[in-house]
Design a protein around this ligand. Structure first.
Ligand code: ATP
Length: 245
C-alpha cells in the first residue's frame, strides 16, 4: 500500500497498475519500458497538463466530433492505465474502440477483450473473431485493422502508439491524433494532432471537453480544427520542458 502522502504517489500508483497488468498477462515485456519512457517525460513537465496539451485536446475532440467513423485504438498500456476513462470518452464522442497490439498474441487479445466486456463495453473491435484486413494491402502485422473500425475510420485516436503504425495510418490518409508524452517521437511528429500529456490526465479531460463542444455548431468545431498548427504546438510543448529547467 502506497501512502497518499508519498511525494511520488500518483506515479507509483500507475506503476502498480502496470505491474498488475503485466502479471495478468496482457502486456508485452517492452510495455514496462515504454511506460518508463513516458514517466521520464512526465517528470520533465512536472506531471501536469500543459497549455499546449490542453489546446491540442480541444482540437482533438472537435475532430472526433466532426468525424463520421472515429475510432480509439487501444493497446495493453492504455487499457491498464485508463480503461474506464477510455470507455467514457468513446461514449461521449461516439467513437468505436479497437484493440491493436504491437506484439499481438491470441492470449493478450482474449484478456483485453474480456476486460472491456467486464467493464461494460460490449462492442470492442479487433478481437479474435473480428473481420481483420490489411490496410493498403501491406502484409505486415502493424497494418492490420478491423474492417468496420480502423480500416474504414476517418479519424483515429492512437494513444501510446509506435511510429511504424502511425506511419501506416498516416499514409492511408487517416486523420490521426496521438496522446504521447514524448514530443520528439515519430508518432508525435507524424500525427495531425499531438497531445503531449499522460493518458491518465488527458482522456478524462477530453471527455469534459466533449461535453462542452457537443452542443456547438459544426462551424465552430471546424474553426477550432482549422486554426491549429501541430508543428507549432509541438514546439510549444517542447518549450514547456525547457521552462522546467
Ligand atoms: P516512436 O516509434 O513513435 O518514435 P517510441 O519508440 O517511443 O516512439 P513506443 O515505445 O512504442 O514508441 O511508444 C511508447 C510511447 O508512449 C513513448 O513515446 C512514451 O513516451 C509514451 N508513453 C508511455 N506511457 C505514457 C503515458 N502514460 N501517457 C502518454 N504517453 C505515454
Amino acid at each position: 500500500m502506497i501512502p497518499k502522502s508519498h511525494p511520488r504517489y500518483e506515479s507509483l500508483v500507475l506503476r502498480d497498475k502496470m505491474v498488475k497488468a503485466s502479471q495478468e498477462g496482457y502486456l508485452a515485456d517492452s510495455a514496462l519500458i515504454a511506460h518508463g519512457r513516458g514517466e521520464a517525460f512526465d517528470y520533465l513537465i512536472g506531471e501536469k497538463t500543459t497549455y499546449p496539451a490542453k489546446r491540442a485536446m480541444y482540437v482533438a475532440v472537435a475532430a472526433l466530433l466532426l468525424s463520421s467513423n472515429p475510432v480509439i485504438s487501444v493497446n495493453g498500456n492504455a487499457t491498464a492505465l485508463a480503461i474506464d476513462e477510455i470507455i467514457e470518452l468513446a461514449n461521449a464522442v461516439k467513437a468505436k474502440i479497437e484493440i491493436n497490439l504491437f506484439y499481438r498474441t491470441d492470449e493478450r487479445v482474449k484478456i483485453i477483450t474480456r476486460l472491456y466486456k467486464d467493464h461494460g463495453y460490449k462492442n470492442i473491435l479487433g478481437t479474435l473473431d473480428d473481420d481483420i484486413e490489411y490496410i493498403d494491402d501491406i502484409k505486415n502485422n502493424r497494418a492490420t485493422a478491423s474492417k468496420t473500425g480502423i480500416y474504414s475510420a476517418d479519424t483515429i485516436l492512437i494513444p501510446l502508439e509506435d511510429g511504424d503504425r502511425a506511419e501506416i495510418l498516416k499514409n492511408a490518409g487517416k486523420n490521426i491524433i496521438t496522446i504521447d508524452l514524448n514530443p520528439l517521437s515519430r508518432t508525435s511528429k507524424m500525427s495531425d494532432v499531438s497531445i503531449m500529456d499522460n493518458i491518465v490526465r488527458a482522456i478524462p479531460f477530453m471527455t469534459k471537453i466533449a461535453e462542452d463542444l457537443k452542443t456547438q455548431d459544426k462551424k465552430v468545431l471546424m474553426d477550432i480544427v482549422n486554426d491549429f498548427d501541430n508543428e507549432e504546438n509541438l514546439k510549444e510543448s517542447l518549450e514547456q520542458i525547457r521552462m522546467k529547467e
